[in-house]
Design a protein around this ligand. Structure first.
Ligand SMILES: [Zn+2]
Length: 86
């Protein structure tokens, strides 16, 4: 499985006292269906966060950015894929 949908941690769903999530609102969700079909669904991200699918975003692009969840980046290796090998 190498296809991921993008999930956004909505402010009203952030659990109390977890400010770290505010800077990394984007999460990866395993796409068991087409991401466009999952748009708007509430799903469990690969890191365990509850997120809402943002069907118009692609995880391979969003996941490489600074606002993506570090755990999700690690699980999906999306960040590493775009990092030049040393
Ligand atoms: Zn995550």
């Amino acid at each position: 499985m190498d296809t991921y949908a993008v999930g956004f941690a909505r402010p009203d769903r952030w659990s109390r006292g977890e400010p770290a999530h505010h800077s990394h609102p984007w999460h990866a969700v395993e796409a068991h269906r087409l991401p466009s079909e999952l748009d708007g669904e509430i799903e469990l991200a690969v890191c365990g966060a509850i997120v809402q699918i943002w069907g118009s975003q692609k995880w391979d692009r969003v996941g490489a950015g600074r606002t993506a969840c570090p755990t999700c980046q690690e699980v999906t290796s999306v960040g590493k894929a775009l990092t030049p090998a040393r």
